[in-house]
Structure formats: structure tokens, C-alpha cells
Design a protein around this ligand. Structure first.
Ligand SMILES: Cc1ncc(COP(=O)(O)O)c(C=O)c1O
Ligand SMILES: N[C@@H](CCCC[NH3+])C(=O)O
Length: 415
């Protein structure tokens, strides 16, 4: 059943809102490190976002969380989907999305991705391929593709929580704004040109609203100058969520108002592509304390999850709130650190109640870009993922083993 927007659907789910007893049971049953994803919270987030953008098509950015259970849940709620590779596109179709609801955004796509995208488009009519370079258009034509095409534009304005995720002004992404109209017009001879796309970046907060507005306004202006008429204007995703307990939630109504206002009059449908907003607070990462060590300036709390399970703190200095599940006692300032042989393998400084070996810790907002960015560095198997839905629990990804880590290795036979 679809979630509705009500008092029971608050804009933020804080780490303290997760039940200690449930988290304890899950860790006991499935071991740690363990990702837990709450599908009902995914539905709530989708319902809130769709209600704020009633006239828009909402495409879930699958890169944030590609677990089949998550994709199926969003498909059932009526979401569309944005995929960053042929692999993600395959997973969208496996989860039941119809071709018309799938956009594949090709970024410097390897040939194997384009080959597969062309096959998928033949099997799933309605698939849209979004391209960000004239080369990609030529390469699609070489493969005989003449289907739905969207052009990614570099809007020259970026936003986001860290410079590494501000794509809007990064030359890697999209064609320069002032070349977009002519490229689209020539592409219309060979393809079904249906839309334009831009994405400012990821983790947009209230402070970034000006940049978001500017991007949307530029896209509206561009759409009005383009012949042929467009079916949609995709202004990307990036809607941020509060990571720190003191951070306020994004005022979605203001973002939606600013978006509509900046877009101006247009027959084309607005498309938004949120990833993080739909899944971040639907997930926690559970990890067990194995070491407590007094150091001169801090207490080091060693845990079984590290940067291989959740890389965001190491990669972007991102803050993820951490609490001790079920523990009480004196709060101590600690440095929570993982088992990886890198100084960057730390989840930062956290106040933890009486840290003790064996404690269970919950790491908040782990539903977006958590498991998706996990690696096997240091020959460390990736964690398991369980999904919960009301009282039900199921395994979405089994825990990897050491055999999985070496599964692709072959004994070298010299030729
Ligand atoms: C093209 C595109 N669309 C959508 C997103 C989703 O971003 P977010 O998860 O911040 O909403 C991204 C990631 O930054 C992206 O690159
Ligand atoms: N992986 C980034 C966001 C997505 C960037 C994709 N363009 C993060 O964890 O914040």
C-alpha cells in the first residue's frame, strides 16, 4: 500500500527513531557489519517527494541503492528510474520497470555499455538514453540506434555537500550550455529527441537553493529555444538530507516552489532525479565494537565495519551520526575506527555511552551510497544487507565470504 503524507511521515527519520530491540535482534541473527534498509521508510520518502512535485516525474537515481528489493518497492509506488550504467539499467528492468519509466544516463560510456543499451532499448521500448557528448551521439548512431535521446547539458552551475560531488560546473558532465541547442537540432535528424537534462550535484541544502534555481532557470530558457518541442526537462536530483542530529531537514516545499518558479512556462514535463532523499534515512549500518583503547587525546573504539563497508567519511569527510544501541552510562568522546589499514579508515569523533567491547553501534543515514560504494579492499568481504518491512525481514544481499573475494582470481597460465 502506498504511504501517504501525514503526521506519520515526518521529513526526517533520526537515528534515535530506530528500535534498539529490533536492531539488536537483527545483529544477533545476521551478524555484523550489516546494512538494514527499511522499505516502509523508502515508501514514505517517495510519497513526500512525489507530493511536493505533483506535476513532475520522479526518477529514482538507482546509484544510491540498487538492491532489488528497493527498486521493486519504488517501482510499485509508481516511481520511474535513472540508471548510470548498462548494469544499473539491467537491474531496473529485472525489478519490473517498464521501458518508458527508465532513463539511462551515459557518462563517457564504455562500448560494452552502449552495445547493451541498444539491445535493452530494442527489448524495452520507451527506454531513454541520455548523452553528454557529441561522441556518444555518434557512437549510438554507429550502433544503429535511432530511439529516444536526451541531451545532458553542462549548466555551468554546481551545488552539493562536497566539491567531489558538484557535477553541474564540471566539464566532465554534459555538453556546454551554449552548444546544446544546435547539437540537439542536428541530432533530431537521426534520433527521437525527447528531453534535456542537467544535474547540479549531490547533497543540496537550503544554502544551495540559489544555485538550484539558477540551474532550473537556465534549463527552462534552453527548453524554450529548442526546436523540436521537448517531452521533458530533467533538472537532476541532489536533494539533501540531514546527517547531523542538529541539521534541519530540507524544506522540500520551498525547493519545489523555487523549481516551478524558475522553470517558467513550459509544455514539457518536469523530471527530478532524487537518490539520497529516498533512501538515506531508510538505512543504518550495524557494526560491533571489538577494541576500546585509551589514547592520549581520545578513546579509540575499533569496530568491524570500515571504509570498505561505508566509504563516505573517508572519501568526502562526510559525517554519519553513530549511537550505541541499548547502551547507557557516561558519554565519552571517542574516535570510531575500522579494521582497514589506512588512516582515513575512521568514522570520525562521536560521543558514545560507556564504550565497551561487544557493544553494537548503529551508523545513521547509511541507506544511500553505503553498500553501493562498498569494496573488498584488504580482502575484506562486503557486509550483508537485510530489508525490513513492518515485522518482516529478508536478506537482500548475503554476506560475502573470503571465497567470494577471490572468486574471479585465476591461476596464471603463461603463454
Ligand atoms: C545524473 C545524476 N542524477 C541524480 C543523482 C542523484 O543525486 P542524489 O542522490 O544526491 O539525489 C546523481 C548523483 O549525484 C547524478 O549524478
Ligand atoms: N556518492 C556521493 C553522491 C553521488 C554522486 C554521484 N554523482 C555521496 O555519497 O555523497
Amino acid at each position: 500500500m502506498s504511504a501517504t503524507v501525514s503526521a506519520d511521515n515526518p521529513p526526517v527519520r533520526r537515528l534515535s527513531d530506530w528500535s534498539d530491540a529490533r536492531l539488536d535482534d537483527l545483529a544477533d541473527e545476521y551478524d555484523t557489519p550489516l546494512y538494514v534498509i527499511d522499505l516502509e521508510r523508502v515508501r514514505e520518502n517517495y510519497a513526500r517527494l512525489a507530493a511536493a512535485f505533483p506535476d513532475a516525474d520522479v526518477h529514482f537515481a538507482a546509484k544510491a541503492n540498487t538492491s532489488r528489493a528497493v527498486l521493486e518497492t519504488l517501482e510499485a509506488e509508481g516511481a520511474s528510474i535513472e540508471c548510470a550504467s548498462a548494469g544499473e539499467t539491467e537491474r531496473a528492468f529485472a525489478a519490473g520497470f517498464e521501458g518508458e519509466r527508465v532513463h539511462y544516463t551515459a557518462v563517457n560510456p564504455p562500448g560494452i555499455d552502449l552495445d547493451r543499451a541498444v539491445e535493452l532499448a530494442a527489448d524495452h521500448p520507451g527506454l531513454t538514453v541520455t548523452v553528454g557528448a557529441a561522441d556518444t551521439i555518434d557512437r549510438l548512431a554507429e550502433r544503429g540506434y535511432d530511439g529516444r535521446l536526451c541531451l545532458r547539458v553542462n549548466p555551468g552551475v554546481g551545488a552539493g555537500h562536497h566539491e567531489k560531488v558538484r557535477t553541474g560546473a564540471d566539464a566532465k558532465f554534459g555538453v556546454p550550455y551554449d552548444r546544446a541547442a544546435s547539437l540537439l537540432e542536428s541530432a533530431a535528424d537521426d534520433f527521437d529527441v525527447v528531453g534535456i537534462h542537467a544535474h547540479a550535484g549531490s547533497g543540496i541544502s537550503g544554502d544551495d537553493l540559489g544555485n538550484h534555481r539558477e540551474l532550473v532557470s537556465r534549463m527552462g530558457e534552453l527548453a524554450r529555444t529548442i526546436d523540436p518541442d521537448l517531452e521533458f526537462v530533467d533538472v537532476g536530483g541532489g536533494f539533501g538530507v540531514p546527517y547531523h542530529p542538529d541539521d534541519p531537514p530540507l524544506d522540500l516545499e520551498s525547493v519545489a516552489d523555487a523549481t516551478r518558479d524558475a522553470l517558467g512556462d513550459l509544455d514539457a514535463t518536469l523530471v527530478v532525479e532524487p537518490g539520497r532523499y529516498l533512501v538515506a534515512d531508510a538505512g543504518v549500518l550495524l557494526t560491533r565494537v571489538n577494541t576500546v583503547k585509551e589514547a592520549p587525546e581520545t578513546t579509540v573504539v575499533g569496530v568491524d565495519a570500515g571504509m570498505t563497508a561505508l566509504v563516505r567519511p573517508a572519501l568526502y569527510d562526510s559525517y554519519h551520526h553513530i549511537r550505541s544501541v541499548g547502551a547507557d552510562g557516561q558519554a565519552v568522546e571517542t574516535t570510531v575506527a575500522g579494521p582497514i589499514c589506512e588512516s582515513s579508515d575512521t568514522f570520525g569523533t562521536h560521543l558514545l555511552a560507556d564504550p565497551t567491547r561487544g557493544d553494537l553501534l548503529a551508523v545513521g543515514n547509511a541507506g544511500a551510497y553505503g553498500y553501493e560504494m562498498a569494496s573488498q579492499y584488504n580482502s575484506r568481504p562486503r557486509p550483508a544487507v537485510v530489508v525490513v518491512d513492518g515485522d518482516r525481514t529478508g536478506v537482500a544481499h548475503r554476506r560475502e565470504t573470503h571465497a567470494d573475494v577471490i572468486a574471479t582470481e585465476t591461476e596464471v597460465t603463461w603463454e
